[in-house]
Design a protein around this ligand. Sequence first.
Ligand code: 1HS
Length: 257
Amino acid sequence: MTGQLEGRVALITGAGSGIGRAAAQRFAAEGCAVAVVDLVAAAAQDTVDKIIANGGRAIACPANVTADAEVRSAVERTVEAFGRLDVLYNNAGVNSSGSVVDATEDDWDRCMGVNVKGTFLCSRAAVSHLAASGSGAIVNQASVAALVGIPNFAAYCAAKGAVVALTRSMAVDLAPRGIRVNVICPGTVFTPLMEPLLRARGDGDLEAGLAKTTVKYPIGRLGSPEEIASAALFLASDQASFLTGSVLTADGGMTAQ
Ligand code: 1HS
């Protein structure tokens, strides 16, 4: 590893599993102290234990990203522990089920709450610290679902589209404070978030669902959490110093067709 985030501090939401955990581990390996935020305390602690076992620095901050008081507490704990905050990776997300015909209101509210309101609340709580760092960066997590219609995924498509629009809004508003804001649109990665969708797509057969999904990807496979973490690292680092308001697809060509 090359120390791309040496001396920096990052807060990563949804870092108890999947892409968030991979990013927490990668950022730590690049010299970054990491606040691991997750709804599930044990999952957050597990990520922290893995980082510390590899000689990195991390703390667990269990929090619900839709609850402002919990979000603010996680940010303040991070700054107390590590003295600063340079990077916010708004990775926490949930999917949805159903088309506009049959999606439920509860499903819609939960999906918009975690994906969109969570991004808003975490960003709002972090802005003053990111501005003070002098190298502040926010990385938001959207999806290819922000760019193309995915069947039976109405709320998720809408939520991720909103995250892209919010990213552009934040990029404009926060540039004068020295904070860059960019968004990743990952294609499908096999994570706990995706497993139910893939299983449903295969009528209960996960392998069949995976096969139906893989054919959508010109590169011939799904992504890995580590590949999305690499994209996040780039956007968080000084390597991306002229990027703000950018929408980075990391999707094996899925939206290039
Ligand atoms: C959940 C993730 O953001 C991907 S959206 C679904 C894309 S695909 O499986 O229909 O190619």
